[in-house]
Design a protein around this ligand. Sequence first.
Ligand code: NAD
Ligand code: MN
Length: 507
Amino acid sequence: MTTKRAQKKSSPAVTSITQKTRLSGAEAPRFEYAPSVQSSDFVQIEKRNGLFIGGKFVEPKSGRYFATINPATGEKLAEISEASADDVDLAVKTARKAYVNVWSKISAKERGRYLFRIARLIQERSRELAVLETIDNGKPIRESRDVDVPLVAAHFFYHAGWADKLHYAFPGQTIAPLGVVGQVIPWNFPLLMAAWKIAPALACGNTVVLKPAETTSLSVLRLAQIFQEAGLPDGVVNLVTGAGATGSALVGHSDINKVAFTGSTEVGKIIARAVAGTNKRLTLELGGKSAHIIFEDAALDQALEGVINGIYFNQGHVCCAGSRLLLEESIAKDFIDKLKRRLTKLRVGNPLDKNTDIGAINSEGELKKIKKLIQLGCDEGGELYEPKTCKIPEKGYFQRPCFFSNVSSSFTLSRVEIFGPVLTISTFRTPQEAVLKANDTPYGLAAGVWSEKGAKIHKVAGALKAGVVWANTYNKFDPSAPFGGYNESGWGREGGRHGLMAYLDVK
Ligand code: NAD
Ligand code: MN
């Protein structure tokens, strides 16, 4: 609103000056900032990291370790234990014992107290957690510090509050915990995904065995130190590190009551097959190819920032990334010009630098996947724009922000998840066409709608087959808001009252 009014009121002279600078801005070098690097030497990292079972760090029975690296430099950070099926079995037995002997015996109020304590300790150690997350994952410190870690604390606070009030969430019904839950999470939000899994499970009275992704175990292992400090009874949360085989041993273990998985649709399907025919409950949070719809009456400058935040945030390593931009035809050309100018201003580089907008891609394998898909987009006839002025570091795994315009729904690029800073753009003429195009996907995780007309937003949002629809914003999260997908994006919801249901037997 404000932007529009300001534009209307500005004199012709001012407009032409702005336009002049803007036009030349497309390829002009941007201002360089002096480096402002977050110190990381205060964070101690063990050379070798054990498994966290029964409240202690223990060596893996497997005797095997693997390296975790800093994707911004390619350097090895530490060794991580590879849990074998035997190690997983020990973790599950430990969680069962803790469930039977301790966690199911203490009062709900006491469970809440532990969660409050954990939440406060996370806040106290937030800088350390943010730095660890950034070094091991590659995301900018600005995001781990201002988005991930505060949300992690918020999730523990929120669920701490629920622990002794669950009967208000389900009035007139009987509720009971499920028992031992097995949880497997991805590398894009290691701490946040751990919080989404652990906090509701504990609040509802379950005990946990969780496996972080193989490239990002460090911050989750640091959480284990916080559990120790909080005095959380031994065995209530156990962490097993390792890759797919470890995850498979966990979800296939006969003594767990529930599997909660966040990751790719491909692995989600394998897990659904593994769990079929058992008594285990299952929730799946999978991939996405979310549409971001901009109508001509939207506040375009704000919408542009929404688009940037939607796809370039966290290098596009976001399951609900707004990776398909749908522009109303009348504004498409101007909006794409704006987007080009904005991309030249994004800073790709050292994730520890506080000015960095786009950090490192999490692994060499992920970077290769992204590059392959970009090539495929070019081969299919998409028009690629990559800002020429954007420098990227020589070492480490980095990808310039880019987009494809002139992309139709039949392109591979508009159907598969790229999981990188790559946007595809197409146009529409009517709200009906926008909805049709947005829903033309096997996924259904999220969507964004930008318009000044509330009625239009409600109508379009109601017709979109997506678990989350943001209106005039994007990528906003809150522990009280349920999150989850349609179709190939998953089953079940996390967060809010819906999220509690996933960890309770409600009768
Ligand atoms: P991934 O599926 O490859 O791995 C996820 C986790 O599963 C890892 O811990 C991995 O070790 C484990 N795993 C691999 N094979 C397994 C098997 N056979 N059995 C059990 N566990 C196994 O996914 P990724 O590459 O780590 O993460 C990216 C994906 O996660 C993207 O598709 C993204 O959309 C999705 N994601 C979804 C959400 C959501 O909430 N919907 C959130 C974050 C990420
Ligand atoms: Mn790593």
